[in-house]
Ligand binder design. Structure first.
Ligand SMILES: Nc1nc2c(c(=O)[nH]1)N[C@H]1C(S)=C(S)[C@@H](COP(=O)(O)O)O[C@H]1N2
Ligand SMILES: [Mo]
Length: 406
């Protein structure tokens, strides 16, 4: 037997809501305050939450654009290879500012939702335009935060390229935000200049209480994510982030894995004894190196982070042949662009381009070991690229070919 849920309570609250809407409908202009009696539907609160959102959205937009262009630099640009942790910091700020925005946005939408019932809905063309921009802003902001969170959860249910959509919608959203700010700045200024009253709490949450709870929720999410985004020493990170899935010390060799060897389809080719690393392209002498040949070249060790766009980063001690040394061994003269190709046959990350600053940085490694052990298969055995100030997606694993493009 399937028991029918008791719908009485639901019907009651629906009845109350339609009552309110009926009353709201009779009024002109602003929605009737008796229809939405909570003191929290207040422009003073909206202005404060709006200011906080303007800060977090600006930070998120700027770091997002930087991250996008670091992954896909236009042909005329190249990113510096130092400071080592720049991309890591940028990506951390992006994820943290986005995460902090979630409670702020929810609280702001709740504060202002009675505005949906303004009557008449359209007073003039200008008013209509203003409302259209607000619609764009709300839709865009919700889409951005939702897809961002889904990305952090390493979950790709949609049939579109996450980065392309997230990048395009960011401009629509931020543009709509600028229009909205321009429109509201006078009201917001006046609201911010007036301190919030101290109120008795006998009618539920006070205005100050509501802002404190919202700010507290944001702060808690940020503190709980720092351990895995920007990175904290293991014990700290774990203590502060009980639910994190990519803490710096979870995974083989105390390092998280993104795309294991089996998923990439390289579990067999990577352990084939006939494996050789081929150095080719604009070189004097094409080379084909076994792991023993690689070990016989000068070795470099460096502490470098992997900073994944999915909102985690981790530092490790990498050892291998510096790319400059490998290229010199093959007789490449003044190389400026190198393509690194993986044993992996398909997928966006199966190869990456290394531009001049990284080609010539002595810390750009073809690593064969991490934290004192030969690379685990899931970390890119037999060898992988690891370079300073570079997005995780471009730290190509299971390298089969190094091609000097120019
Ligand atoms: N060939 C290949 N290399 C790759 C990937 C991949 O899917 N295939 N993933 C990249 C991504 S997104 C990240 S964050 C890092 C993660 O390295 P790790 O799994 O050793 O932590 O590897 C990068 N290198
Ligand atoms: Mo990644």
């Amino acid at each position: 037997m399937v028991r029918m849920p008791d719908l009485t309570a639901l019907r009651h609250s629906f009845g109350r809501l339609s009552d309110r809407l009926e009353r709201g409908r009779d009024t002109l202009g602003a929605p009737d305050s008796t229809a939405f009696p909570s003191r929290l539907h207040d422009p003073a609160i909206a202005a404060r939450l709006g200011s906080a959102l303007a800060v977090t959205f600006t930070l998120c937009f700027v770091t997002g654009v930087v991250s996008h262009y670091m992954q896909e630099p236009p042909s005329w640009a190249s990113w510096p290879s130092r400071p080592i942790n720049l991309y890591r910091l940028n990506q951390g700020l992006h994820v943290l500012s986005g995460t902090a925005s979630v409670p702020l946005l929810l609280a702001k939408l709740w504060t202002v939702y009675p505005q949906l019932f303004q009557r008449p809905a359209l007073r003039s063309i200008g008013h209509g335009l203003e409302r259209a921009f607000v619609l764009l802003l709300v839709g865009g902001a919700t889409f951005q935060l939702a897809t961002g969170l889904i990305n952090i959860a390493s979950f790709y249910p949609f049939g579109f390229s996450f980065r392309a959509e997230h990048f395009a919608v960011a401009f629509v959203t931020y543009g709509a935000l600028l229009v909205h700010v321009a429109h509201k700045i006078h009201i917001a200024r006046a609201q911010l200049a007036t301190p919030l009253p101290r109120e008795p709490s006998d009618r539920g949450l006070t205005r100050r209480g509501f802002l404190a709870v919202t700010g507290g929720a944001s702060a808690l999410l940020v503190v709980g994510s720092i351990g895995q985004t920007v990175g904290l020493p293991g014990g700290w990170a774990r203590g502060l982030s009980p639910f994190a899935t990519h803490l710096p010390d979870i995974g083989p060799q105390s390092l998280p894995v993104r795309t294991p060897a089996v998923t990439a389809g390289v579990a067999e080719t990577a352990v084939d004894p006939a494996y050789r690393l081929v150095v080719t392209g604009a070189v004097e002498q094409e080379r084909s190196l076994s792991l023993a040949d690689l070990a016989a070249l000068p070795q470099t060790t460096a502490r470098l982070p992997i900073a994944c766009v999915e909102g985690w980063s981790a530092v490790a001690t990498w050892t291998g042949v510096a790319l400059v040394d490998l290229l010199a061994y093959a007789g490449a003269t003044a190389p400026t662009e190198v393509r690194v190709v993986s044993l992996q046959e398909r997928g966006t990350y199966a190869q990456s381009i290394v531009r001049a600053p990284h080609v010539n940085d002595p810390l750009t490694l073809i690593a064969t070991a991490v934290n004192g052990e030969p690379l685990h298969l899931d970390h890119g055995y037999p060898c992988r690229l690891i370079a300073p100030n570079r997005p995780g997606v471009m730290q190509t694993k299971w390298i089969s070919r190094v091609e000097v493009v120019s």
